[in-house]
Design a protein around this ligand. Structure first.
Ligand code: V4E
Length: 220
């Protein structure tokens, strides 16, 4: 059975000392702590990630993050800092949908593939990044999730996230996140980069450079 894909709108911030206190004082509740290991895959040409598609196994489950405007294959940089910082992704969680999207993108015939593991073999997808994250997950009123992440390679980042089902919810979510960033005085600066950017900068500079050149990742 196909679930309709969810749209995730998120904004990253620097998890400064005291941010937990600010969250609690603003009505946030710590709802859980979790720890998960992500393994990201791509082919040797980086076909998926250069088009801003992120296929990963998070613990046991496969997940695909796709940019919302798939046709704008990341060759035009976003014009505002706001667009850079407010990311919108489609999250695909079912194996048939992942197989279909990825085989289209890689121009292979996915019709006989039964699992994402089959797809990896067929498409030559190999792990290029693997790390473990310890996450504190807070809920704010109005369905806003705040996570504070720390990875096993020493990177920390905060994220505000809202899940949406349609365009209307998305537009509202973008506004809500902008207001929250201001109201909570969340710090956004040159080091507001995600776990993956930090990981590749450290472990695979060639891949990192390609992603910067393709305007998939940004510095500053
Ligand atoms: C979308 C993306 C990547 C995949 C990881 O996504 P992200 O939301 O950063 O990570 P995570 O693990 O916190 O996901 P969640 O648990 O919320 O589902 S890696 C790079 N990107 C693109 C990207 C970008 N271009 N710019 C910024 C600031 N972040 C991510």
């Amino acid at each position: 059975e196909m679930e309709s894909p969810l749209i995730e709108v998120e904004r990253k911030f620097v998890p400064t000392v005291g941010v937990e206190q600010v969250l609690i004082e603003s009505g946030a509740c710590l709802v859980r702590r979790e720890r998960f290991t992500d393994s990201y895959v791509d082919n040797t040409d980086w076909t998926l990630t250069l088009r801003n598609h992120w296929l990963r196994r998070r613990d046991r489950r496969w997940e695909l993050k796709c940019p919302l405007a798939v046709s704008a294959a990341a060759d035009v940089p976003p014009d505002t800092e706001f667009d850079i910082l407010t990311q919108r992704y489609l999250e695909v969680f079912t194996e048939p949908e992942i197989i279909s999207k990825v085989s289209d993108l890689m121009e292979i015939d996915g019709s006989s593939l039964c699992s994402v593991n089959d797809l990896l073999l067929q498409a030559g997808l190999l792990e290029f990044a693997k790390f473990t994250t310890e996450r504190q997950c807070f809920k704010l009123p109005a369905e806003v999730t705040v996570v504070l992440d720390r990875t096993d390679f020493g990177w920390s980042v905060g994220e505000l996230e809202i899940m949406c089902r349609d365009q209307g919810e998305l537009e509202q979510a973008v506004i809500t996140l902008e207001h929250l960033t201001r109201d909570l005085r969340l710090e956004i600066g040159p080091n507001t980069i995600g776990k993956m950017s930090a990981y590749l900068r450290q472990n695979n500079p060639a891949h990192y450079k390609k992603l910067l050149e393709a305007h998939v990742l940004f510095e500053k």
